[in-house]
Design a protein around this ligand. Structure first.
Ligand code: ADP
Length: 444
């Protein structure tokens, strides 16, 4: 459904409710105003009759029309003496003292009369009659109805137009959201944003949330693209070497010796491709969320000591010594054995790869109340401060390390493994002096 329709719908709905409301209010107004005016006229009637009696007694001038009340005087036999009567009122209604009476004439005009008998100074009885016509009440009611008849539709039209304009204005941000979404889906341009002005209302918050979400989607798209291009790049290098080597040996290879040398190169590059594919497969499982921890009780001291032992031969090629210090008082920790080994192995291999000839690697195991901590310190080439937060990104390698036989995936895996164990990583490094990694595995 179009946005336009919603605005019209909202306008129609509240116009309808407004008509109901205004009609109700008018009805109540007409009903009660009529009754109130009548009550007021009746009390006016009594008051004016009493004022006239006082005037007669004080021999003051008599007002025959006062505050909408007509005054008529009769003698004791009911003969009209003096006064002013409203148009259409017959003068010969019988006189009756005490209460207000309603009289209807043939022409449908209605009057309220109030009679009072007094004795004048000469001792003669005089009747004072007050008369009010209900035409005043009728007039007012007619005026109100007339106003309502013309005013109500006008009021409804004006407020509907104003209401429509307000609704249209209120819906502008929604229109902007819709247009941005449409532009993104038509152009595939994820960098577009809604950019609503800051506001505390729900729509502004929705706009800001969608913008934030778009930011994240764009980032992960970029990462995804980067990942595919980096992976292809990493695969291309060894494959090019394999192809070049096999072509050379096929065309120019003369001796078994030469063939063996080439096969050696091909095997090395093949291993490299295989290692990369394994890592990529692991990462794709990570992305799919299908890597599940298989926790088991592990003798950490023993496991890490074995890992150090396994790496000693490779370290010795660079004359690097590996030391281990075990300060743990707990022997076994419940961890995923394979992932734990993978994380520590990655850190140790980095220590060797980026260690200086004749340097050292110190592995220290300790624990606190919440975490098992594996600290690996080396006195290798170190990492510049501005690169420290990038080393956890996939395929990221500091310039100087680009030629290493690795792919820049190791630390991103370490981070993932630690996060799976509800832990965290710390790294301290000083360029040219060495690096210390601290891996915190949460105790369970
Ligand atoms: P790689 O496969 O290149 O070792 P990693 O993800 O393990 O990838 O590490 C990313 C980058 O961080 C490395 O390329 C290297 O530049 C830097 N790095 C990692 N460990 C160390 C270390 N112990 N000393 C110096 N630099 C390191």
């Amino acid at each position: 459904m179009k946005l336009f329709d919603i605005k019209i719908k909202i306008t129609l709905w509240y116009t309808f409710f407004m008509i109901l409301l205004v009609s109700g209010v008018l009805y109540i107004f007409v009903e009660f105003t009529g009754a109130t005016i009548l009550d007021k006229q009746k009390s006016e009637l009594i008051e004016v009759v009493h004022d006239t009696i006082e005037d007669i007694e004080d021999r003051d001038d008599i007002k025959f029309f006062d505050d909408g009340v007509f005054i008529l005087l009769y003698n004791e036999k009911g003969k009209f003496l003096d006064g002013t009567a409203p148009y259409g009122f017959s003068l010969d209604y019988p006189l009756k003292e005490g209460k207000i009476e309603k009289k209807s004439e043939r022409d449908r005009s209605q009057f309220y009369i109030y009679d009072k008998k007094i004795q004048d100074r000469g001792g003669e009885e005089i009747w004072v009659r007050g008369v009010v016509s209900d035409s005043q009440t009728k007039q007012l009611t007619t005026t109100v109805l007339r106003i309502a008849f013309f005013g109500l539709p006008l009021l409804v039209i004006i407020s509907s137009i104003i209401g429509y304009l307000i609704t249209k204005r209120a819906f502008l941000p929604v229109k902007k959201i819709q247009e941005t979404a449409e532009n993104i889906s038509n152009s595939n341009e994820l960098s577009l944003r809604i950019n609503l002005p800051y506001g505390k209302d729900e729509i502004s918050k929705l706009g800001a949330t969608i913008d934030k979400m778009l930011e994240r989607v764009e980032q992960s798209f970029k990462k995804e693209k980067q990942f595919t291009s980096d992976a292809s790049h990493e695969l291309r290098t060894p494959i090019t070497v394999i192809l070049a080597e096999s072509e050379y040996i096929l065309e120019h290879g003369e001796s078994l010796e030469e063939a063996k040398e080439s096969m050696e190169v091909i095997k090395r590059q093949g291993n490299r491709v295989s290692a990369l594919i394994n890592q990529l497969l692991f990462l794709s499982r990570v992305d799919q969320g299908s890597v599940r921890l298989k926790r088991e009780n592990l003798d950490i001291g023993k496991t890490v000591a074995e890992l150090c032992e396994d790496n000693r031969i490779e370290a010795s090629r660079k004359n690097i010594d590996i030391f281990m210090e075990n300060l743990l008082h707990t022997k076994e920790f419940c961890l995923d054995k394979l992932l734990f080994i993978r994380a520590i192995q990655n850190i140790l291999q980095n220590g060797i790869a980026y260690g200086k000839r004749g340097g050292f690697i110190k592995v220290k195991l300790f624990e606190n109340r919440e975490y098992l901590v594996v600290e690996v310190e080396d006195n290798g080439i170190g990492i510049a401060q501005d690169k420290l937060n990038k080393i956890w990104d996939r395929f990221y390698q500091v310039e100087e390390s680009r030629n290493s036989k690795n792919f820049g995936l190791g630390l991103s895996m370490v981070k993932f493994i630690i996060e799976q164990h509800e832990g965290y990583v710390e790294v301290e490094s000083s360029l040219g002096f060495g690096t210390t990694f601290r891996l915190y595995f949460k105790k369970v």
